[in-house]
Write a protein that binds this ligand. Structure first.
Ligand code: NOJ
Ligand code: CA
Length: 542
């Protein structure tokens, strides 16, 4: 397979409103990001995926764009955006934009035009219907919104203010290609493509995702925009199976480079009771291992994995997958090791590298997210699937706001996110212990585990085995141990993780040569009847 820069890359996601508030108004901004580029260079990342910074009424924190060519004033100016691209470049860091093109904000000029009449040229930029069906929007309520002066409904998969673009209209597709080219010309490296599997929908036939035309649209977009740039990167967001991901990402298909998959990061714990992430099941390690193995093996030598535990839509991984009470540091390191030794490009979400936890917000009024508030109304109040009290507990587990609290930089006011202005979302009280400054000063911190993992992935000796090695799951049925082997030519790595808050014994015949990384000083080269400490994680060379 062709060598691409992003195969050697580690990508860091920034959620701009929560990263760093450079002008002390309570809202993170571009100026703040620029001021933290040295930190990101120190960590060793190669690219930043920037969640949306475009002009937006912020109904869904920027995932509702009203102008793709302007910067939201709360985040800064286009000049600052240019500075960010240039300053990042100086530090060998590329910028990946978030392309939200399944929908626009209802404030976008196209939609404003569309509302003027059925014969307006922009009317056909969106989906309309004389009647509505029962389809529910993902933040609660109906997917169809009535417009009185047109006497018809428009379709929205997400919030009312996020109106789905009609990709069957070639003019829409042309506009999207223009936007992509405009940003590429500015010097960005590529795009994370929001909800991309929804663009090929076929509403009349009840197909909402992965519709029949999606591959045609993506091939066309590729040909007319990012495909013209040899070193661009595209990562699609969706909920694919490995086969679907392959269709999107096999290089010969000329569509996207990678696809996020949510099977490992969450579908495993979603119950079937209508409450989903707000009533998560405990993690089933045997299932989780099987999912990772399936993805590793299915894409092997055919395509490329996008590896992640966290993003701005998911709870904090150390809370969900580790133990944020008694083994926060150990389990956060174990999760990092588990992911970074797999095949694919790893993504780190801001704060993950210091083991930030869920926010544990106490009152409904502390939540800001349209998903939390909309679903509270829809699931707890309207449908009464649970009580308001139980739903609040569910928000502490599953709300997206858990990962959106201000980045914890140090132990000063507001965690160093700014100089004291009230942040748009509460700072998590544990910032006095959990912050970047503390981590930098402690060579045994989670941050250094990430730093060392990044170095390991890039090292001459181990790059190939991590990139191209076969993946073999060992002890597949063991409910506590996650053990896998990576092998390439003569080289073999063995990754051993005790995924539990209790000690467990491992008993393998392998005789490792050395330990490359581990999260306990006491980790042993012996694997025969060896006791592993809670969340002990070791990378061996065999
Ligand atoms: C996925 C984004 O990551 C999420 O934050 C957003 O709410 C939806 N797509 C809609 O754009
Ligand atoms: Ca600000």
């Amino acid at each position: 397979m062709k060598e691409k820069w992003w195969k050697d890359a580690v990508i860091y996601q920034i959620y701009p409103r929560s990263f760093m508030d450079g002008n002390n108004d309570g809202m993170g901004d571009l100026k703040g990001i620029i001021s933290k580029l040295d930190y990101l260079q120190f960590l060793g990342i190669d690219a930043i995926w920037l969640s949306p910074i475009y002009e937006s009424p912020m109904e869904d924190n920027g995932y509702d764009i009203s102008d793709y060519h302007k910067i939201a004033p709360e985040f800064g100016t286009m000049e600052e955006m240019d500075t960010l691209i240039a300053e990042a470049k100086k530090r060998h860091i590329r910028i990946i934009m978030d392309l939200v093109a399944n929908h626009t904000s209802k404030e976008h000029k196209w939609f404003k035009e569309a509302l003027k009449g059925k014969d307006n040229p922009y009317h056909d930029f969106y989906y309309w219907s004389d009647t509505k069906d029962n389809k529910e929007a993902s933040f609660g309520g109906s997917s169809w919104e009535y417009v009185k002066n047109l006497d018809e409904y428009y379709y929205h998969y997400f919030a009312k203010g996020q109106v789905d673009l009609n990709w069957t209209n070639p003019k829409v597709r042309k506009e999207v290609a223009n936007i992509v080219n405009w940003w590429l010309d500015k010097g960005v490296a590529g795009f994370r493509m929001d909800a991309i599997e929804l663009i090929g929908k076929d509403l009349k036939n009840g197909i909402f995702a992965n519709g029949p035309k999606i591959h045609e649209y993506l091939k066309e977009l590729n040909q007319n925009s990012f495909g013209l740039k040899e070193d661009s990167i595209t990562v699609g967001e969706g909920w694919p199976t490995p086969q679907i991901a392959l269709d999107y990402t096999m290089p010969e298909n000329k569509e996207l480079d990678m696809m996020f998959q949510f099977e490992s990061a969450c579908s495993i714990y979603l119950p079937d009771n209508g409450l989903g992430k707000f009533d998560p099941l405990p993690i089933d390690l045997v299932k989780l291992k099987a999912i990772f193995a399936k993805w590793q093996q299915s894409l092997h030598n055919k395509s490329w994995n996008a590896l992640f535990w966290e993003n701005h839509d998911l709870p904090r991984s150390v809370t969900r997958f580790g133990d944020d009470r008694f083994y926060r540091v150990e389990s956060a390191k174990a999760l990092a090791i588990m992911l970074f030794l797999q095949q694919g490009t790893p993504f780190i979400y801001q704060g993950e590298e210091i083991g930030m936890t869920n926010a544990y917000l106490k009152k409904l009024s502390d939540y800001q997210d349209i998903d939390a508030l909309g679903n509270y109304q829809a699931l707890a109040i309207d449908k009464k699937l649970t009580t308001p009290e139980k739903f609040l507990e569910g928000l502490q587990k599953g709300s997206r706001d858990n990962a959106r609290t201000p980045m914890q930089w140090d132990d000063s006011i507001n965690a160093g996110f700014n100089k004291g202005a009230k942040p748009w979302l509460k700072v998590t009280p544990n910032y006095k212990e959990i912050n970047v400054k503390q981590c930098i000063n402690d060579k045994d911190s989670i941050l250094y585990t990430y730093k060392h993992l990044i170095e390991l992935r890039k090292s001459k000796e181990y790059r190939n085995v991590i990139h191209y090695g076969d993946f073999k799951l060992e002890l597949a049925d063991d409910p506590y141990l996650f053990v896998y082997e990576r092998s390439y030519q003569q080289q073999k790595l063995l990754i051993v993780i005790n995924y539990d808050n209790d000690v467990h014994e491992i008993n393998l015949n392998q005789k490792p040569k050395k330990i490359l990384i581990s999260n306990y000083k006491t980790s042993s080269l012996n694997l025969k009847k060896q006791t592993l400490q809670p969340y002990e994680a070791i990378v061996y060379e065999l």
